[in-house]
Write a protein that binds this ligand. Sequence first.
Ligand code: HEC
Length: 91
Amino acid sequence: MKILRILAVSVAAFAIAGFSTAASADAAAGKAKFTAACAECHEVADFEGESAAALTDSLKKIVAGTQKHKQALKLTDAEVADLAAYMAAGK
Ligand code: HEC
C-alpha cells in the first residue's frame, strides 16, 4: 500500500513539473535560436512591441506554410514559444 502512495505522489509531482515546463517559455533559449536561425535577416528589436501571442500565431503559420515568409521555418512548438518570448521582449 505504501509503495502505491509513493508512486502516486511522484506521478503527481512529475505531472506538475512537466506542465510548468511546457507552459513557461524560455527567452534565453529563444535568444540562442534566434541568433542561430534568424539574425541573418532579422534584428530582434524589429519585433519589439508585438505581443508574444501574436508572434506565436505568426510563427505557427509560417511553420505550417500558411503565412508568407522568405524562408521555410522548421520549429517545434517549444521553440516557437521560446522565440516569441524573446522577440516580444525585443532584447
Ligand atoms: C533568409 C532571410 C530570413 C530568415 C533566415 C528569417 N526570416 Fe523572418 N522574415 C524575412 C522577411 C524578408 C520577412 C518579411 C515577409 C516576407 O516577405 O517574407 C520576414 C518576416 C517574418 C515575420 C513576420 C513579420 C512580423 O513582424 O511579424 C516573422 C514573425 C519572422 N519573419 C520570424 C522569423 C524567425 C523567428 C526566424 C528564425 C527562426 C526568421 N524569421 C528567419 C526574412 C527571413
